[in-house]
Design a protein. Structure first.
Length: 297
């Protein structure tokens, strides 16, 4: 029998989520129903697509090949669906995506242009929010359908991991700190920090507490421009993403990895409701085209 598009979507979801339970949540069906659908596909094809031993679900070699072909088929179907809006058959779809200021640079520089080229019938509108908390409110209030954000977030939202980004220490020239930087040396270090009470500051304070250190807050602000100017002016060090350094500072600062490396997950989140076709297309594009972030070696 010919596989259905639904079966292919379920198989790809398992490949992306690496878990049948998580895949079922991502496509809004019960886990037993998804399992039965994939088992039916395996019977029709006469091969095992998933290795179900141990925790999670991994692809067999046949499953890997099937997923690769399934992605091609699903991409082709999405492209066909876009033909009408792209040629004036109807009004273009509009997708609203929310992001924090740092991550909005990824949308503007990478994901949105490449998505627009692939899906000319979908207009993406980007909303920037100053904090992760404001972004989550925009999603729950219906002001945006998808959000690009640091993880984890509220458990009431569906989460799709995209990448791990390295978090580094950015310091004025001549700071004399070792590279890589042990966490214990953050004690007493003059630092530029977010304002107290914000989600990002709370997370940093938890990290400092776990490491048993207490930096000195010389600047407390949530303005990204103030972070840049404060470090460039020599007032203190900043904890931020490695890939933001060149964009924000050029070569005016010193950058150090932590030891052990500090990685932060980034993903796309949305309320636990069925997504529009435009949102599904953007989510699929982001999963397969997000740039890989790895710590420096």
């Amino acid at each position: 029998m010919t596989p259905t598009l639904q079966q292919l979507r379920y198989l790809v979801a398992v490949a992306d989520c690496r878990s049948i339970t998580a895949a079922a949540c991502s496509v809004y069906i019960a886990q037993p129903a998804l399992s039965r659908s994939i088992q039916s596909l395996e019977r029709d094809l006469g091969v095992e697509l998933l290795d179900r031993r141990g925790r999670g679900a991994t692809l067999t070699p046949e499953g890997t090949r099937a997923v690769r072909l399934a992605r091609t088929v699903l991409d082709a179907v999405e492209a066909i669906e876009d033909i009408g809006p792209a040629h004036g058959g109807s009004s273009p779809a509009t997708l609203i995506v929310a992001a924090t200021p740092t991550l909005s640079l990824d949308l503007a520089a990478d994901l949105v242009p490449s998505f627009a080229e692939r899906h000319p019938g979908i207009n993406v509108r980007l909303l920037q929010h100053d904090s992760r908390e404001a972004l989550v409110r925009a999603l729950t209030d219906g002001a945006a359908e998808l959000g690009l954000v640091d993880l984890p977030v509220d458990k009431d939202l569906s989460t799709h991991h995209l990448q791990d980004r390295e978090v580094v220490l950015i310091s004025p020239p001549g700071s004399g700190l070792p590279d890589p930087m042990p966490f214990r040396m953050l004690g007493g270090l003059r630092m530029v920090l977010p304002t107290p009470g914000t989600g990002r500051r709370t997370e940093l304070e938890a990290m400092f507490g776990q490491a048993g250190v207490r930096p000195v807050a010389v600047v407390e602000t949530d303005e990204r421009l103030a972070w840049v100017t404060s470090v460039a002016d020599g007032r203190g060090s900043l904890i931020w993403y490695r890939d933001m350094v060149l964009r924000a500072f050029g070569h005016r600062v010193e950058v150090r990895s932590f030891t052990p490396p500090l990685l932060r997950a980034v993903g796309i989140v949305h309320p636990r409701v069925p997504l529009s076709r435009a949102a599904r297309a953007f989510l699929s594009h982001a999963k397969h085209n997000a740039p890989v972030r790895e710590p420096a070696r």
